[in-house]
Design a protein around this ligand. Structure first.
Ligand SMILES: CCCCCCCCCCCCC/C=C/C(=O)SCCNC(=O)CCNC(=O)[C@H](O)C(C)(C)COP(=O)(O)OP(=O)(O)OC[C@H]1O[C@@H](n2cnc3c(N)ncnc32)[C@H](O)[C@@H]1OP(=O)(O)O
Length: 287
């Protein structure tokens, strides 16, 4: 982050936090595929993904999440908890249908919206946490690890499984993973396409706590936010942004090349063939 960007971020944060210390704000739900509920007392917003059955991240769901994050930031919420309306899947990751035999204009918009959603979530000045109440592969894991804290329910799986699908996780997926895990663990897991059980994820630090129910997970996320009670919100947010600025800046600088690489890669006949086989295997499971 250069000096001008830093000053502008500081100005935004001062405007947000300057005179609002003890007030409670109300946020409103914006999306059709998401809901946002704000705890009137704590000011914490719960953003629930609601594209059942598996919260596949298609263009519309990503747009809704992105708009919700902007609205939560704008409404001065005290925290953002990301969770799912499903009782078994947090998010199945990117909707493979967006990448399989794609319309090229939509494909571009899809990837650009994913980039923008990540920039908004990973760079959010609002404290963020994920209540992971179901499986969380690939893009689902990206969303969860973009948050500052993770609480997961037992007996589910989480990880970046891209290499198992014959696709490559972009650099910013890897950077997000490396922000949570020791570099060696991250490299091994990424190259293996490893999906961690909830219990394994806790052991390596991919998640911070386990909870027995969604309600308990949300409560634990709220307790995490409470650890900031005695900090200055402006100083907290600036500190977070400085920690993450290298990763954020890299994607900001390379957005166009990243899109180009994605389009090139996804349109390769071998990748299309692999995605088709993978989709068939997923569908065969349900027959
Ligand atoms: C030099 C190289 C430079 C490279 C530069 C970069 C290039 C960039 C390349 C591209 C990178 C992209 C990164 C990709 C990220 C992703 O997120 S890809 C998606 C990965 N996701 C998965 O692998 C998860 C697949 N799904 C599952 O494992 C299971 O569905 C589940 C999540 C564990 C849930 O299981 P269950 O509850 O049993 O549900 P199912 O019965 O399996 O599924 C229900 C229906 O949903 C469909 N479905 C599931 N997941 C997806 C999905 N991700 N996309 C689309 N559709 C999905 C499934 O087929 C079922 O459909 P129906 O049979 O029609 O009901």
């Amino acid at each position: 982050m250069n000096r001008a960007m830093m000053m502008s971020a500081a100005k935004n944060l001062l405007t947000r936090y300057g005179s609002t210390k003890n007030n409670i704000y109300r946020c409103m739900s914006t999306g059709k595929l998401t809901t946002v509920d704000v705890n009137e007392k704590s000011g914490v917003a719960v953003l629930t993904m609601n594209r059942l059955p598996v919260n596949g991240l298609n263009l519309e769901l990503l747009r809704d999440i992105r708009n919700d994050i902007d609205e939560i930031e704008g409404n001065k919420c005290r925290g953002l908890i990301l969770t799912s309306a499903s009782s078994s899947v947090f998010s199945a990751g990117l909707d493979i249908m967006e990448m399989y035999k794609p319309n090229q204009d939509r494909l571009k918009e899809f990837w650009t919206t994913l980039q923008d959603t990540w920039l908004a979530l990973y760079g959010s000045s609002v404290p963020t946490a994920a209540a992971i109440n179901g499986h969380s592969p690939a893009g689902g894991c990206l969303l969860a690890t973009s948050c500052e804290y993770r609480v997961m329910l037992p007996k589910f799986t989480i990880g970046l499984n891209e290499t198992k699908l014959g696709i490559v996780a972009p650099k910013w997926f890897m950077a997000t993973f490396c922000n949570v895990l020791p570099r060696r663990v991250a490299e091994m897991a990424l190259t293996q396409g490893k999906m961690f059980s909830s219990e394994e994820a806790l052991k390596v630090g991919l998640v911070d706590e386990l909870a027995q129910s969604k309600e308990e997970a949300i409560e634990k996320c709220q307790q995490f936010f409470a650890t900031f009670a005695k900090t200055n919100p402006f100083a907290r947010a600036m500190t977070k942004q400085q920690f993450r600025s290298k990763d954020l800046q890299q994607l900001e600088d390379e957005k166009a090349q990243d899109l180009e690489a994605f389009l090139f890669f996804v349109n390769q006949p071998s990748v299309q063939k692999g995605l088709g086989i993978y989709l068939d295997s997923l569908k065969a499971k349900t027959k």
